[in-house]
Ligand binder design. Structure first.
Ligand code: 5CA
Ligand code: ZN
Length: 425
């Protein structure tokens, strides 16, 4: 699928390159060095379900992984970045039905708007932007294999739900009891898992399942729902988790470096994606590390499309807010700390942008001062240490304040702010 347009990343003309990056891995609850052994870095980030516009929670997630990508590039790594878009799933179909829209049209419109938001925020596009629908042939192959291996099983569609021609009348589920690695990503207890499973797309009460947590792999086609040819599985559509599992494996290969997304995806989504990959290809086949952006809230609650308590990037932009101020407001919070959006954050970001721009206006492009070098070094150190963006912003604040007091300005810092933080001054 086509992705959004890229922005230039300036190369920094100083001899030492950025340093190896450590981030927090949810699976081991430790700071781990990620990527770099062979000069490459492979990243998968869970993309949007396009039924509503990008809110600041989504934006925080994509800006966080954008900073990771920029730090990797600065360290000289060749990055391959893959992102999916869940262009068919229950929430999208429900919203389209509620609003009397064709679900494809709704998805197309929201994807376009998402692209505009990402471009405005100067988020670098993925190398492969892949729709769930595009991935269906790979899902079918994977599910067929799991059935053959006896790790998946069939559950009859309830009699009052009518099938479409070519559907088998059986849904397919993964048998988690065959998967010893289940639980390794979240480290959660069964009780914790059951507490959220139904709210996060699971169906613990579906009759006929061997275990309440077993995830759906293939949904047999129902009247009024979109469906595709599933080979031996008949007409139908894939479950949610298998989508990311197969896309990551196809475009990144086994043992890629980081699987990313918000903490709302730790369980079930990342747990199930990993276990489904393990079931078809082995324990080392999926991500080496799982990195999660803490939830961004509004007035005491997680910002979410289903709750409707949203601050939209596009709405802020349409009221004339500088996207670079939005980006700075996002970067002012550490990705592992939950935080709430407030207008004050945006005002602070605006002030910071003014301060930085005044310093930038005084900087000759080619000048490299000792202070400039030291500032860039500090920014690199802060980012390499678990993406400490608030610390990186402080380093630039100190530089800008010193410049405002009369110290010669260095164009190097201006370029580093662009290359590493994605902020154009
Ligand atoms: N399409 C699936 C992933 S395969 C999905 O979760 N889509 S989403 O549109 O609901 O979310 C897109 C991304 O934003 C996900 O990585 C999700 O974890 C993240 N996200 C959603 N809400 C928030 C929030 N309030 N704060 C931070 N990140 C969020
Ligand atoms: Zn995903």
């Amino acid at each position: 699928m086509k992705t959004w347009s890229t922005t230039d990343v300036p190369r920094l003309p100083i001899d030492h390159e950025g340093m190896p990056v450590r981030v927090h891995d949810t699976a081991t609850d430790a700071l781990v060095p990620v990527a770099g052994q062979d000069g490459t870095a492979r990243l998968y980030v869970c993309g949007i379900t396009p039924y509503d516009a990008t809110h600041l929670g989504h934006a925080a997630t994509y800006v966080t992984f954008d900073v990771l990508q920029r730090a990797w590039r600065d360290a000289g790594l060749a990055v391959t970045y893959v992102q999916n878009v869940t262009d068919v799933d229950e929430p999208l179909l429900q919203r389209a039905e509620r609003d009397g829209l064709d679900w494809r049209e709704l998805a197309r419109r929201e994807i376009e708007l998402f692209f505009e938001d990402m471009e405005a925020l100067r988020v670098l596009p993925p190398d492969h932007y892949v729709g769930a629908v595009e991935g269906i042939p790979d899902d079918v192959t994977a599910v067929e294999q799991l059935l053959e291996a006896g790790t998946a099983y069939l559950v009859d569609v309830p009699e009052d739900e009518h099938g479409v021609p070519g559907a088998t009348g059986s849904d397919v589920y993964l048998d988690l009891s065959t998967q010893p690695s289940f639980g390794a990503v979240s480290g959660w207890t069964r009780e914790q898992m059951l507490e959220v499973f139904a709210d996060r797309g699971g169906d613990p009460d579906r009759p006929g399942k061997r275990d309440r947590l077993d995830p759906l792999l293939w949904r047999s086609g129902r009247e009024g729902e979109p469906h595709w040819d599933g080979g031996a599985l008949g007409q139908g559509r894939p479950g949610w988790h298998i989508e990311c599992s197969t896309i990551a494996q196809r475009y990144l290969g086994p043992g890629f470096d980081v699987q990313g997304g918000g903490t709302d995806l730790v369980f079930p989504h990342h747990e199930m994606s990993a276990v489904q990959a393990a079931a078809s290809c082995g324990d080392d086949c999926f991500a080496r590390a799982y990195v999660h952006q803490a939830m961004v809230g509004l007035e005491g609650e997680k910002m979410s499309k289903s709750r409707g308590n949203l601050v939209l990037v596009s709405r802020l932009r349409s009221t004339g807010v500088d996207p670079m101020a939005i980006r700075l407001a996002l970067l002012s919070q550490h990705y592992r700390t939950e935080w709430e959006w407030t207008d004050q954050l945006l005002r602070d970001a605006d002030d910071r942008l003014d301060l930085w721009r005044r310093a930038s206006d005084m900087a000759a492009h080619e000048t490299i001062t000792d202070l400039g070098r030291a500032t860039v070094q500090r920014v690199r150190e802060r980012l390499a240490d678990d993406l400490d963006t608030p610390g990186a912003l402080e380093a630039v604040d100190d530089w800008a304040t010193t410049v405002a007091a009369g110290e010669p300005a260095s164009g190097l810092v201006v370029r580093a702010v662009d290359a590493l933080l994605g902020v154009q001054l």
